[in-house]
Design a protein around this ligand. Structure first.
Ligand SMILES: [Zn+2]
Length: 226
């Protein structure tokens, strides 16, 4: 099994590549997102290139190879299934499972992972609505829209939350904006930086555009099992 450091680099590269598909990621950007010195990142990337996990062009940047991509999806599968297990079976709060999963994602064997998947009924998404890659490394991205841009006055459902900060997740709990919850955008005012959202109990929640952009919604109630 690759070391947890290797897996963390590969996972971070995957996440960064999602926002700029196909492009090389600069070493400076990678080092700052991993919170390490540039020399440390470069040494690690050379090791990963030797292992065939990344394609590295000195002075240009780095991107995952197919093999690196498969490893990243496998780590994400472990992470998201562990989060689901911690919430569904062990009863932890969804705001506290990300940190736990960051550690556990590196030590779960394929055999245990397959058993967790079976026990949970092959879930499609984790507690934050993030899609769980299949055992074959396929990731079904949902066609969800941001609450900052979706249509108004239509019943929509929270599908995914892009920020795992515990404070933000507690805010969503308090205001009935957790995955699966129904809502309606009442109005948007860019000059006031305000998105007014009607929630299930008849109340109204006002969010800034940055917060609204972290909540993805869909027209259909999410189907959580696979
Ligand atoms: Zn997580």
């Amino acid at each position: 099994m690759p070391s947890s450091t290797v897996e963390n680099y590969i996972k971070q590269l995957y996440v960064e590549q999602q926002s700029q598909p196909g492009e090389l990621l600069s070493m400076g950007k990678l080092a700052s997102s991993m919170a390490v010195a540039p020399g440390t990142a470069t040494a690690m990337i050379k090791t990963l290139a030797d292992a065939g996990l990344v394609h590295y062009e000195p002075r240009a940047g780095v991107k995952l190879t197919r093999g690196g991509q498969q490893l990243a999806l496998h780590v994400l599968r472990r992470h998201r299934l562990v989060e689901q297990l911690l919430v569904e079976v062990l009863g932890l709060d969804w705001s506290e499972v990300h940190e736990e999963a960051e550690a556990l994602e590196h030590v779960i064997s394929d055999r245990v992972l397959a058993r967790i998947d079976e026990l949970l009924g092959h879930p499609r998404v984790d507690p934050h609505g993030d899609p769980i890659p299949s055992a074959h490394g396929k990731l079904a991205e949902q066609d969800a829209e941001s609450l900052a841009e979706c249509s108004e006055r239509e019943t929509l459902y929270v599908a995914r939350v892009l920020d795992q900060n515990p404070g933000f997740l507690h805010f969503l709990d308090r205001n009935g904006l957790t995955p699966g919850a129904g809502l309606r955008v009442k109005s948007r005012d860019t000059s006031a930086d305000a998105v007014s959202v009607g929630v299930r109990d008849g109340g109204t929640v006002v969010l800034g555009f940055a917060a609204a952009a972290k909540i993805l919604v869909r027209r259909e109630q999410p189907d959580r099992q696979g």
